[in-house]
Design a protein around this ligand. Structure first.
Ligand code: CA
Length: 224
């Protein structure tokens, strides 16, 4: 049984979706009519997946999506939008949405998309390692030879990117977008600071790996 949080302000749609999901037998559904209720709901219990409407009375669902991703929360999110404009769909996916549905949609399509997002999420490995460096994506902790590196969430997310792409060039703007969940602004001091702290911790713990910078290209995670 999966727990779904359904964030939808149109009562009719909310009622129909909840009833359809619960009738299908695999889901329990909590509902929220707006962003305030959604924020409150996840502090009470973390769902397995969020179905998130974008146009809500107290703001945009995309803001809530950004908040969750910036807090390092990777739970699958399926966006609902009445806007068929490609722009909003792209924005939603860039912000870390897993998939989207354009209204009106069929309830059987909603279930198929939910199943697909849950399947994908369960395939994401929880633990990844390169050399002596290991990350646990569930607890957001990183280790060198089982010693906790004590990373903050941004440093952890950066390391997660590097560990997924060892010895490969990662651009400054690409890293920024992945980790901060938004387009890079001119001043990337935050990224530089996080990288230099991460580099110092790798060195301090003799990880055998470091982050090098190649001017005009980007960063590499490579063996010392
Ligand atoms: Ca709406």
């Amino acid at each position: 049984m999966y727990n779904i949080l359904l964030v939808e302000d149109e009562a009719g749609i909310q009622f129909a979706n909840k009833a359809h999901l619960e009738r299908s037998g695999g889901y329990t559904v909590r509902t929220a009519m707006n962003l305030a209720e959604a924020r409150q709901s996840i502090t009470e219990s973390v769902p397995d997946l969020i179905v998130l409407d974008i146009m809500l009375p107290d703001g945009s669902g995309l803001d809530f999506l950004n908040e969750l991703r910036q807090a390092g929360n990777n739970l699958p999110i399926l966006l609902l939008t009445a806007l068929s404009e490609a722009d909003d769909q792209v924005k939603g996916l860039r912000a870390g949405g897993n998939d989207y549905l354009t209204k009106p949609y069929d309830n059987s399509v909603l279930i198929a998309r939910i199943e697909s997002a849950l399947r994908t999420a369960s395939k994401i490995p929880v633990s990844l390692s390169v050399g002596n460096v290991k990350i646990d994506t569930a607890s957001k902790r990183a280790y060198v030879d089982d010693v906790d590196m004590g990373l903050n969430i941004k440093e952890f997310s950066l390391l997660e990117q590097f560990i997924q792409h060892p010895e490969q060039m990662l651009t400054t703007s690409g890293l920024y977008e992945k980790v901060w969940g938004q387009k890079m602004i001119k001043d990337n001091t935050a990224l530089k600071t996080a990288i230099s702290r991460l580099r110092a911790k790798l060195s301090e713990l003799d990880a055998g790996y470091t982050i090098t910078f190649s001017k005009g290209e980007g960063y590499y995670f490579e063996q010392v």
